[in-house]
Ligand binder design. Structure first.
Ligand SMILES: [Zn+2]
Ligand SMILES: [Zn+2]
Length: 60
């Protein structure tokens, strides 16, 4: 397998598969694009809180 850089879920820190119904958005607090929040399908469905890597903002 080639080393594809898969995004990592900001909630559970697992790699997000390309066929996963994930969501991606920038932090509502700081909006830093480099700290884009990823949420995998399971975390989205269970509304697991995420944490921004840039400012430490936690939210649903
Ligand atoms: Zn997750
Ligand atoms: Zn932030």
């Amino acid at each position: 397998m080639s080393s594809l850089s898969l995004p990592v879920c900001s909630c559970c820190h697992r790699h997000i598969m390309p066929n996963d119904k994930c969501v991606k958005f920038s932090c509502p607090e700081c909006g830093t694009e480099s700290a884009t929040v990823w949420r995998c399908q399971s975390c989205r469905e269970s509304a697991t809180p995420y944490k921004c890597a840039a400012c430490g903002f936690e939210g649903p």
